[in-house]
Design a protein around this ligand. Structure first.
Ligand SMILES: NC(=[NH2+])NCCC[C@H](N)C(=O)O
Ligand SMILES: [Mn+2]
Length: 257
């Protein structure tokens, strides 16, 4: 059983239409979520404008489940599979076409929690994966450099799908499906600075921010700072770049206590 199929299909069609109009108008689509099922709509809206859309999937999870492999029935565990054309027809057909992303145009970063069916799919389709351990071993700069080289050689646009649960939940607790370990916040910020400098990103989404689970607005502030870095906002000398608005809201909530 898929949970909330009809409302997610309806929302995804709306997101797809709006995002497609944004790309057609020559503007940069930035989508904020909400759970990761939102990516089904964003990719449907974006990919029709590209012959070979690249996708950077920054996440603890693969989100490559189908109705046959899902352990939970949660559609937020399926958006990447659905975008590859695998899964429930109501999800794979969002936007009126099937197959938004090709396996060879995907790079996954931060992965550390895969279900058996997802492992199989990654192996079968030879999807490029950097686990959170790969990032500690190789360093974030090398991982991003390899990702940029790989995707710029084969893609005419690159969508960044950034799930906040790719980061260590000790630093960003406001996510629905936390997985211990993970990429540090400072490495993640460095990744976004490097992606900004690469100039390859043509659309982005930041997802799974859940303010109800957050502490001291840490996850919200992190998402804002990461998005800022993607657009070239300056990072201060300590490597943090909490934007003024986020800093003042943290201070305000701390002052209330
Ligand atoms: N976007 C997410 N938070 N995905 C979590 C997915 C967890 C698990 N793999 C599932 O399919 O239910
Ligand atoms: Mn996800």
């Amino acid at each position: 059983m898929l949970k909330n199929l009809q409302p997610i299909v309806a929302a995804s069609e709306k997101v797809a239409a709006k995002v497609s109009r944004t790309v057609a108008a020559g503007r940069f689509p930035l989508i904020l979520g909400g759970d990761h099922s939102i990516a089904i709509g964003t990719l449907a809206g974006i990919s029709r404008h590209y012959a070979n859309l690249g996708v950077i999937w920054y996440d603890a999870h693969g989100d490559l489940n189908t109705p046959e492999t899902t352990p939970s029935g949660n559609i937020h565990g399926m958006p990447l599979a659905a975008s590859m054309g695998l899964g429930h027809p109501a999800l794979t057909g969002i936007g009126g076409y099937v197959g938004k992303v090709k396996a060879e145009n995907i790079v996954m970063i931060g992965i550390r929690d895969l279900d058996p069916g997802e492992r199989l799919l990654i192996a079968e389709r030879k999807i490029r994966v950097y686990t959170a351990d790969d990032v500690s071993r190789l360093g974030i700069a090398r991982v991003i450099a390899e990702t940029v080289d790989y995707l710029s050689a084969r893609c005419d646009g690159v969508h960044l799908s950034f799930d906040l649960d790719g980061i260590d939940p000790l630093e960003v607790p406001g996510v629905g499906t936390p997985v211990a370990g993970g990429i540090s916040y400072s490495d993640s910020l460095a990744a976004l600075v490097l992606l900004h400098q690469s100039g390859i990103i043509t659309s982005a989404e930041f997802v799974e921010v859940n303010p109800l689970l957050d502490r001291d607005d840490r996850t919200v502030s992190a998402a804002l700072a990461l998005a800022g870095a993607l657009f070239g906002e300056e990072v201060d000398s300590e490597g943090t770049c909490w934007p003024a608005v986020a800093t003042s809201s943290v201070t305000a909530s701390a002052a209330k206590r």
